[in-house]
Design a protein around this ligand. Structure first.
Ligand code: ATP
Length: 355
């Protein structure tokens, strides 16, 4: 059966990783069809809208969307994919690929997954001048005075709802149950007792539904330290949005590069896939972006579409390319972020050959 994938290549260097990935997926000959909704500047020129209704329809009709990365130009489509499609669980695997340039002495065996709540927390986008809060007369628990009296400045609102927390925590437990039966929750519940404390409270309630999954919780700064000191002790880690965003980039660094960090965003009715990194504007146009994160995101997408065998084949091909570099004792065949001098095109050719 044909599966349709809406492809949004994204901005800056992102298309340089997306295009060869789509080419490689096409070579699998498993009936994938790619459609390209017009978004961003091109769409604006043609239709007057950076995200026209027709593009939204293409996304709705597709089985999934593959997204490069946005620097704002294609941001409307990303907002639709997250908030419009309610993709509340951002899954970011942190898997060591033997042969990649991890800064750790012994990274072999690192294999955990960050599940980041994807829709709320500070990312509800509610910010403004502190003075606007005057009618509320909010008194800070620590500053012990109305916050609008603190002087010129801005506020941002952090929202943690029961519904969003329950669903992302259930999702994370479900994932842990398919892996090594261990879920960790990371929040700043000691300081943000009301909001993060609530996230943890709800997580503990949900934990009662999964007696076979071991559950533990750390203050997020303690977790950050443990993630670096003892990353192999973790299986699945669930976090509110902001911590998940920051710590999954940190986990990318732990593995050796942002260019290695894949991601998929899952809702009840839709999922889309994108690398965890940004658009890498500083290396745009140079054909040196590491496409590993994009290829691994494609592997997650294949799994989601029901092509588990091909998903594994693609991941194994990547593992073989890194292992070959390790066996050769030189990262030459890898991209520059890994210490090599291969172009994105050369790296993708090596993955295709390994397939
Ligand atoms: P965002 O906030 O959108 O996640 P960011 O601020 O994390 O973006 P990135 O675009 O991810 O920024 O880039 C951060 C640094 O990592 C840049 O120097 C960039 O070149 C590098 N980088 C990111 N992705 C890759 C990649 N796939 N290959 C090589 N280098 C990368």
């Amino acid at each position: 059966m044909i599966k349709t994938i809406a492809v949004i290549e994204g901005d800056d260097a992102a298309p340089e990783a997306v295009r060869p990935t789509i080419e490689l997926l096409g070579k699998l000959n498993i009936g994938l069809e790619f459609v390209y909704p017009a978004v961003g500047e091109a769409a604006e020129r043609e239709t007057g809208s950076a995200f026209p209704e027709a593009s939204r329809q293409i996304i709705d009709d597709a089985d999934t969307t593959f997204f490069g990365s946005t620097s704002g130009n294609t941001g409307n489509s990303l907002r639709y994919l997250r908030w419009g499609k309610q993709t509340y669980a951002n899954v970011r695997p942190c898997l060591h690929l033997p042969g990649c340039a991890s800064p750790l002495k012994d990274p072999d065996g690192i294999d955990f997954v960050i599940v980041r709540e994807n829709l709320e927390d500070l990312y509800v986008g509610c910010e403004g001048p502190i003075g606007d809060l005057a009618p509320l007369r909010l008194v800070g628990r620590t500053v012990r005075r109305p916050v609008h009296e603190l002087g010129e400045g801005k506020y941002a609102i952090k929202i943690i709802t029961r519904e969003a927390t329950e669903r992302v925590v259930r999702f994370a437990f479900g994932l842990a149950a398919k892996r090594r039966n261990h879920l960790t929750c990371a929040t700043k519940h000691n300081m943000l007792r009301g909001s993060d404390g609530f996230f943890l409270e709800v997580a503990r309630e949900v934990a009662a539904e999964y007696p076979d999954v071991e559950f533990d919780a750390f203050i997020v700064d303690d977790f950050a330290c443990r993630m670096i000191r003892e990353p192999k002790r973790f299986d699945v880690v669930v976090m509110p949005n902001l911590y998940g965003d920051i710590l999954s980039d940190a986990a990318g660094g732990l593995l050796g590069s942002l260019g290695l960090a894949a991601s998929g965003c899952f809702g009840d009715d839709y999922a889309y896939f994108e690398p965890a990194h940004g658009t890498a504007p500083d290396i745009a146009g140079r054909n040196i972006i590491n496409p590993t994160a994009t290829l691994l995101s494609a592997s997650m997408m294949l799994d989601h579409l029901g092509f588990a065998r091909e998903a594994l084949r693609l991941r194994d091909a990547l593992l073989r390319v890194y292992a070959a570099a390790r066996d050769a004792g030189t990262p030459d065949t890898l991209t520059p972020d890994q210490g090599g001098n291969a172009t994105t095109t050369e790296f993708c050719a090596a993955v295709t050959a390994a397939l």
